[in-house]
Design a protein around this ligand. Structure first.
Ligand code: BDR
Ligand code: CA
Length: 313
């Protein structure tokens, strides 16, 4: 069983990803959750993590991290995730009593990882600000990181801009540091999450029948799916679940290629665009496992079974 720290910005798909992760204690021991400004401001995402960890009955430690990206101002995605980042469900008032162990996610992660008897995997489903600062400030930490599973970037389309995926766009300088850290990375980009690992509206409508966690998941997904369908999407991506599932059920992913990946740091329309070096004589700056296809039906079933499992425990 792998020890895991999840760095996230819940965020509706982050919430589903966390729900799936916590449903599989036999595969992953979630020791910590760290938050970072992204989908909405840091205070909101940290409160959302408190709500989720309380609701899902977790005892993972929670640490709040960086409010803003390394270089630029934060750009949020409240137009997708709602004002608070997780509108749509009334979590109990006492959720905000969930303890916040630290307000410095970078030193929190460092202490946890460096003092662990076994290597720790990171799942990162948000702008990579915390992770980049960790690797830059404390390079010795790399020795005890097993793998980083990231949702971010794309080998094809963007979403927040024509060229860039949201997490990459918000903090491309951080993504550049992480991509070139030398650590093993598995990447779930939009080429996978939007094009292959989507959930249909019909499937989403069935989540409410999956027990009490299903009711919560479907209440928050309604807002998210409502936004996605309002812009013409009929296939709804649950992006961040891909990063979690690439750790706990990697067999569901049917195609991947190792690429040297680059991210554009320019201040123009290409900022945050990620691109694989497909040349035969690629410079091989790094080697990132880019997931390219998934057994979609098995993937959706995995999410559904994970949500339903809470009422069977
Ligand atoms: C990513 O951006 C965020 O809005 C989602 O939570 C996901 O991590 C998708 O581009
Ligand atoms: Ca996210």
């Amino acid at each position: 069983m792998t020890k895991v720290i999840m760095d996230c910005d819940p965020g509706i798909d982050d919430a589903i990803a966390l729900t799936v992760l916590l449903a599989h204690p036999e595969k992953a021991d979630l020791i910590g959750v760290t938050t970072v400004g992204g989908n909405v401001q840091l205070d909101y995402v940290t409160q959302n993590a408190q709500k989720l960890l309380t609701f899902l009955g977790s005892h993972a430690e929670l640490a709040a991290g960086q409010a803003t990206p390394l270089v630029k101002e934060i750009q949020t995605a409240s137009h997708v995730h709602g004002k608070t980042g997780m509108d749509g469900y009334d979590f109990p008032e006492n959720s905000l009593d969930y303890p916040i162990k630290s307000h410095n996610a970078v030193t929190y992660m460092y202490d946890k990882i460096i003092n662990s008897d076994e290597k720790i995997a990171l799942v990162a489903t948000a702008p990579l600000t915390n992770v980049a600062l960790l690797l830059k400030t404390f390079p010795d930490v790399k020795e005890n990181i097993e793998h980083i599973y990231i949702m971010g970037g794309s080998t094809l389309q963007g979403n927040i801009t024509l060229a860039a995926e949201f997490n990459a766009y918000v903090d491309p300088e951080a993504m550049d540091i992480v991509f070139n850290s030398g650590l093993p990375i598995t990447l779930s980009g939009l080429n996978l999450t939007e094009n292959k690992a989507y959930v249909t509206m019909d499937e989403i409508s069935k989540i409410k029948d999956l027990g009490h966690v299903g009711v919560m998941a479907s209440s928050i997904l309604d807002i998210y799916a409502g936004h996605e369908s309002s812009i013409g999407m009929t296939k709804i991506p649950i992006h961040d679940a891909c990063a979690v599932i690439s750790l706990i059920a990697p067999e569901l992913f049917t195609k991947s290629t190792n690429y040297s990946m680059d991210v554009s740091l320019t201040n123009d329309q290409y900022r945050g665009m990620t691109y694989p070096d497909r040349r035969v004589d690629s410079e091989k700056k790094n080697s990132i496992k880019v997931l390219e296809d998934v057994d979609r039906e098995a993937f959706v079933k995995f999410i559904f079974d994970s949500i339903a499992s809470y009422d069977k425990k």
